[in-house]
Design a protein around this ligand. Structure first.
Ligand code: ZN
Length: 128
């Protein structure tokens, strides 16, 4: 009997920027440019227009939580002036968002793949 690998495997592979299905093919063409398909197993990463909208929302939500935590930290743990804290905080939040975007895209690709496996979609062939 065929057993499905644990879903955590799909997320670990994707967060290593590898295909969630086979674990070998690269997810990205460059820094934050997702490939269309896996070069090893052929899994289609972007099956429809707007499929990465969830990644955008996830990145925005995590960045907002980061920004809120940073704002509180700057308020309570520094005696910086508002312009200094705002300038520093804005730069840090923008940098965080920039570097978190590919992580968010990889995470979202694993979310989509994981739900497709759960739904028994015909194009999923999870490999241990
Ligand atoms: Zn693959």
């Amino acid at each position: 009997m065929h057993s499905t690998p644990p879903k955590s495997l799909f997320f670990r592979r994707a967060l290593r920027k590898r295909c969630p299905q086979c674990g070998d093919g690269p997810l990205f063409r460059s820094f934050a440019r997702l490939r269309e398909t896996c070069s090893v197993c052929g899994l289609q990463y972007r099956r429809e227009s707007g499929s990465q909208t969830g990644a955008m929302y996830f990145c925005a939500a995590v960045t907002e939580i980061f920004a809120a935590g940073l704002a509180l930290a700057l308020y309570f743990f520094t005696d910086w002036s508002a312009p200094l804290a705002l300038g520093f905080g804005t730069a840090l939040v923008l940098g965080f968002s920039y570097f978190f975007l590919p992580v968010s895209m990889a995470f979202w690709t694993a979310v989509e793949y994981s739900t497709d496996v759960s739904n028994g979609e015909r194009w999923t062939r999870p490999r241990p």
